[in-house]
Design a protein around this ligand. Sequence first.
Ligand SMILES: [Zn+2]
Length: 154
Amino acid sequence: MDTRPPSLEAVTALLDLEEFEVVEAKEDRKARRRDLVLVPRLTVGLCPHCRQISQDRHACHDHQVLDLPMGAYSTHLTIRRSQFHCRHCDKFFTPPLASLAEGTHATERLLARLAELVRHADVAAASGFFGVPEKTLEKCSRAAAGYGSATWRT
Ligand SMILES: [Zn+2]
């Protein structure tokens, strides 16, 4: 049997977050935790100030995000976000990413799932399901309660 680790292309396809490409994947069998480093595919950004297109990408910052578990593993994403500089109005901006719940440390799909679970169960059960501490989920569930009302922050 082929025991090589899956290729990053395969992990990217499995993850199924179209905005991103997986550039690093690690797993910790004992902790049942998978860590993925993601880079947005986006190479241009639309300036929110003057609506011009910019290709001038600048310093990245890493954003830690929790995603839906895969199998028995919790999924922790590190997202390398880039900032764009707009030459027209000389401002910096970070384009929003549709799959991230802005202002939280969770993906939209995790929040949607969590909101569903919280309606039907409790945070302790959700914590078991996602394999993350209740405290972390409580923060997320507060965000999930306000789901849909979140404003775009960087
Ligand atoms: Zn601009």
